[in-house]
Design a protein around this ligand. Sequence first.
Ligand code: NAD
Length: 489
Amino acid sequence: PTMAHSKALLVLENFIDGKFVPCSSYIDSYNPSTGDVYCRVPDSGKEEVEAAVKAAKDAFPIWSSKSPLERSQILNKLADLIEHDLEAFAQAESKDQGKTITFARTVDIPRAVHNFRFFASSILHHVTECTEMPTMGCVHYTSRAPVGVAGLISPWNLPLYLLTWKIAPAIACGNTVVAKPSEMTSVTAWMMCKLLEKAGVPPGVVNVVFGTGAKAGEALVCHPDVPLISFTGSTLTAQRIAEKSAPHCKRLSLELGGKNPAIIFEDADLSQCIPTTVRSSFANQGEICLCTSRIFVQRGIYSEFLKRFVAEAKKWKTGNPSDPTIDVGALISKEHLEKVKNYVKKAQAEGARVLCGEGVDPLALPSGNQKGYFMLPTVIAEVKDESCCMQEEIFGPVTCVVAFDTEEEVIRRANGVKYGLAATVWSGNVGRVHRVAHRLQSGLVWTNCWLVRDLNLPFGGMKASGIGREGAKDSYEFFTEVKTITIKH
Ligand code: NAD
């Protein structure tokens, strides 16, 4: 890494009150596909967060008094500007995160654009409630108002996608924000800041403070003038955030980890199911909270499924993320790669069989990527349900396949983890799909598909996967404070 310092590094600055401001210290940020430091990210703390919160607080009266239509037009303009620079954003996201350029071009950045357009539209269509009490001569109605300064904290796996999924509803509702992206993937947030003025976002409405969770994140969580925190990240961090914000009784939305099952019944259409389940296991290197990592296959089709699934997984090419023919890019960091690989070792030590990928197949990388954080899509079979590989979130290109016999049994086993984010059910029997979906402890259940989202509907997890939901109505409710008003004639 030290060698890379001699090259011109990209240096990011915080964005506070409509201006870029340098920071007194910086953190190195790595290019995961080469292992080189290529960027320096502000190592912000209390002081920077204080300045950002003040700017957001000062901007609140004007921004919150604009009409939804005025805010909507600004959000649409911002969407257009990001879309105009889509290729530059995609290149930056791929370089910063390790994800393939194809994924960044087709998923991350288009979704960031769509997030702004979606909330620009949905904010125009909310209606509040009204009831009448004729005998009392009263009408009651509800009114909703923005909460104030929203603290937004996002992870490294889908950087701009998840950050804008918070910024868009927060500002559409009239809040002002202080956002803290992951210190490992800050570049696209910084690029977005450059477009805010042109889009017409007034200074102070969106402030971005870069830095670590422990310093910048915690300063935001603990700030008394930030009444609301929307967080996406790990369950462990969420526990810490809940603890730190408890003295202030903050409003929290927590989108956390998953250990998502796919349940494949004997009557499933395997020609659809297999490619989709390979994708749900390995898309974005398995670094999506919704990725499948426990595949339950009914006994009668178990061997056929395994054979075809492994053959399909082997088609996924791992390598330089900027090559558009590559399916699997680099993992986020050296430490994360080690952690993911260790799960494979633990499974082997417990007697499970690794059918392809890590430790089984050779990984050939281009000369420029030898120090990158790569691993092959890995399929493990015969893992016990109580193994850490079946219980803990691995968050890498590793998936476990096990057999089951009955519907009753598979529901119990699928629910037998602390998480409850997303599940997938494959069957041609609509009655069964219905029954199973109802009994799964999971915020989302996809049947005969994966990752098909209507942003209107609630998104979020049960159990250790989170508290609260996001979506058109849910985000609106979270980012506004409701009041019930009664009028007597
Ligand atoms: P993380 O919890 O380590 O970090 C998330 C963010 O929180 C980062 O910006 C980090 O700097 C910050 N942070 C860390 N400690 C903090 C603290 N004490 N106070 C305030 N902020 C702090 O998570 P990660 O490793 O960046 O992301 C991966 C995790 O995110 C996985 O568990 C994944 O499942 C989860 N995730 C969930 C969803 C969802 O919608 N449910 C989506 C994507 C990722």
